[in-house]
Design a protein around this ligand. Sequence first.
Ligand code: PGA
Length: 251
Amino acid sequence: MRTKIIAGNWKMNKTLEEAKALTAELISMASEIKGDAKMVLCVPFPYLLSTKDQLGKSRIQVGAQNCSEQDSGAYTGEVSALMIKSIGIPYVILGHSERRQFFKEDGKLLAIKVDKALGNDLTPIFCCGEPLEIREKGTHEVLVRKQVEESLFHLSAESVKKVVIAYEPVWAIGTGKTASSQQAQDMHAVIRKQLAAKYGDGVAQQIPILYGGSVKPDNAKELFSCPDVDGGLVGGASLKAKDFIDIVKGA
Ligand code: PGA
């Protein structure tokens, strides 16, 4: 059985004061949660350390939203995987569709970022997913398989087991339009089958595949009950403590 993971992606939201208030609410609400679902808050860089300190011994963990493909040096404004590791943060989102769209990150670059993350003992939450026009054309499986292959298939079986994949159809992100649980399950099964063909079923069964795209308290339970959906990457709803906790309860 794969443990469910619910990761909140705060994106570029909240001041420090607001971040602290949200974290405080989450800490108190998380204590009522039964079950073993993992909770992760992927917060903006300036709040990584304070959020981690504030969480203390709470069962909630912290993640970054990106890292550089470079190790160190003259790359003004960038943050390396080693820096993230050095402050004790275990997770990093890579290849979010907003990074692909606005910062032109492609599969080759993301393969390097995945290496940097794994090389620094960070767990990458590697995002893939198709835009609306691709879904309408019916080539979404081809595209998502390509995204997975380009950025992950250079990894050894030992390494790929340390990756978390997030399938996030771009048309469902921030739109309030969720993939149906059938659409989510179908794509997750395609990804798992692809992993099994490359690495064997034993490895494929160990890799968590999260769904992202307008996950809300009222659709979380149905999505998370699909056999290949191992939790969620949650944007908008992770900015409200009660919504996020209700989503975790759905797992
Ligand atoms: P959303 O965002 O839940 O607001 O759709 C998900 C994401 O971008 O990870």
